[in-house]
Design a protein. Structure first.
Length: 360
């Protein structure tokens, strides 16, 4: 993927900022990191359509930390709002009342808006081949209203509507809805999963998508200290472990083909689960369902990767599908303190202390 893109290493990350500090977002919000990185690639002429959800707090009147235009919509309506803006711009341009300045439209929704309430509007927008970007920041629950169970809540997690108790020692008993496959069935112009822990992978996917016309769909792992239950300083680490354990596959769907851009190290899933209060009950010795629940989570990971022809076996290095440095091992340093620069494609810097970058 990196061969024909302008962003080949973390060194080439655009310096311009279009999302500034000072919002009302929770500390350590993984979604805000992903939006910051996406806007670095999309640039200043981006218009954001936001569905009701956590990101509404990016705009709290009279303050804004965005340089972009902004439209706030109801939970189910963001793709319809994007269609209205696109049609209005195209109409003005065709009448000679506005110049075509290459304005990009970015829809922001949480998993509640993407997996559940807004699924029909998103389906219709893809069916109309709307030229827009869509980021589902997936924190695996209705995070803005109290962390209730959503279609994205994973098996074994505790939410405020699937709490742990004597009659329900597991928490969420259903499996997470496969939004990637649902969106893939619409054959969008571009579809990918992303994570704040892998900034280079994220930016390269956005840049690659920008070369296509039509629906450009992204599902991002939104590490959520408030809802998932961990210290904000661990946000990038939790996102990293979601990828490293195989829980959150990083992949893309382009021209009818699915490609996994990162092959995990397959560290034990317990390392990921232990950091989060929503999985705390799975390590309670007095919970009769705990061991079986963890075994089911492991089986689900193995089954997924087996279907991809990959054995979920622990390894000491991260395999990167095209040989480029993913930047994940120092993403926390880069994102928050702007230090730690890779030495180039396939060449780890001094910060790659515990990771070998390997090529397929």
């Amino acid at each position: 993927m990196a061969g024909d893109l302008s962003i080949k290493t973390i060194r080439e990350t655009p310096l311009e900022e279009y999302l500034h500090p000072g919002s009302s977002m929770c500390p350590g919000c993984g979604a805000q990191v992903m939006i910051r990185l996406m806007l670095k690639v999309l640039g200043p002429k981006t218009f954001i359509v936001n569905a009701a959800g956590c990101m509404t707090l990016l705009q709290t009147y009279p303050y804004s930390n965005l340089k972009s235009g902004w439209l706030y919509t109801a939970f189910a309506s963001a793709p319809a709002g994007a269609q209205g803006i696109r049609d209005a711009l195209d109409s003005l341009i065709s009448q000679g009342k506005a110049r075509d300045e290459g304005i990009k439209i970015l829809v922001l929704t949480g998993d509640g808006g993407a997996y559940d309430i807004g699924l029909q509007a998103t389906s219709a927008a893809m069916d109309r081949d709307l030229d827009f970007y869509y980021l589902c920041y997936d924190n695996e629950a209705y995070g803005n209203t109290g962390f209730q169970q959503s279609g994205a809540s994973p098996y074994g997690s505790s939410t405020t509507t699937s709490p742990i108790g004597r009659l329900n020692p597991v928490g969420t008993e259903k499996r997470k809805k496969n939004l990637f496959e649902i969106w893939k069935a619409h054959n969008p112009a571009y579809l990918a999963t992303i994570s704040p822990s892998h900034p280079l992978d994220l930016m390269q996917k956005v840049e690659e998508a920008a070369r296509r016309k039509g629906p450009k769909m992204f599902i991002g792992y939104a590490s959520c200290p408030t809802g998932m239950g961990f210290d904000p300083s661990l946000s990038i680490k939790v996102a990293q472990l979601a990828v490293d354990t195989g829980v959150w596959p990083l992949k893309k769907y382009v021209d009818g083909k699915v490609t996994h851009t990162i092959i995990p190290r397959f560290v034990p899933v317990e390392e990921y689960l232990r950091l989060q209060a929503r999985f705390r009950h799975l390590f309670d010795e007095n919970n009769p369902a705990a061991k079986e629940a963890i075994a089911k989570i492991k089986d689900e990971i193995r089954s997924y990767w087996k279907a991809q022809g990959i054995e979920a076996k622990a390894r000491h290095h991260m395999v990167i599908a095209d040989g480029s440095c993913c930047g994940s091992c120092f993403s926390s340093s880069f994102l928050w303190f702007s230090w730690g620069i890779p030495s180039g494609k396939g060449k780890p810097s001094s910060l790659h202390t515990n990771m070998e970058v390997a090529m397929l």
